[in-house]
Design a protein around this ligand. Sequence first.
Ligand SMILES: C[S@@+](CC[C@H](N)C(=O)[O-])C[C@H]1O[C@@H](n2cnc3c(N)ncnc32)[C@H](O)[C@@H]1O
Length: 182
Amino acid sequence: MKNKFILDPCCSVKAMRKNMNHPNVIFGDIREEEDGFMGYGRKEGIHPDIIMDFRKMPFPDKSFKLVVFEPPHLSTLGKTSLFRKKFGCLEPETWQDDLKRGFKECWRVLDDYGVLEFKWSNSEIPFKKALELIEHEPLFYNTTNFKATSKTKWFCFMKIPTKSEVKPGQATLKLNERLPII
Ligand SMILES: C[S@@+](CC[C@H](N)C(=O)[O-])C[C@H]1O[C@@H](n2cnc3c(N)ncnc32)[C@H](O)[C@@H]1O
């Protein structure tokens, strides 16, 4: 665990990864799938280091410096859809609670001054609706691809300790400081 300071709790086929076997990352997902998907000209499957549920993570508090959270963001995919097989699907009845719990867990396992990267596409569910489920404000997000009909954004959060936890000389975020959001 000592050199595993990055967590990808729902890694799927690791499509966004440059190094799928990065030694400092723990890859998790709720399932394992044999190689059977085609992507980028190669066969790929879902091979996490650990089968886990992002709603109840098997790690102590403050275990990671970076958490990269890309949960499913579609809820209307057909049962046999390839996209569903590859990237999962939100449960129409429970997705808000599932995401809320996922965010809470990401935050809990994040170390002080650690970074949470949250990736979301608004093709079905607006960014605002997803962001309402996290109790923290992003520091920034990408402002490109505004012309596309559906957009994917990366939201960057940092776990800055609140005043009660901060030591002299350390930076704090004022509790009532709210950043404007889209
Ligand atoms: C959008 S994909 C992630 C894509 C990934 N970032 C990539 O680069 O390929 C979402 C993944 O979340 C997984 N997932 C869904 N619910 C989960 C849960 N409760 N805990 C862990 N993983 C979950 C799905 O199995 C799916 O593989």
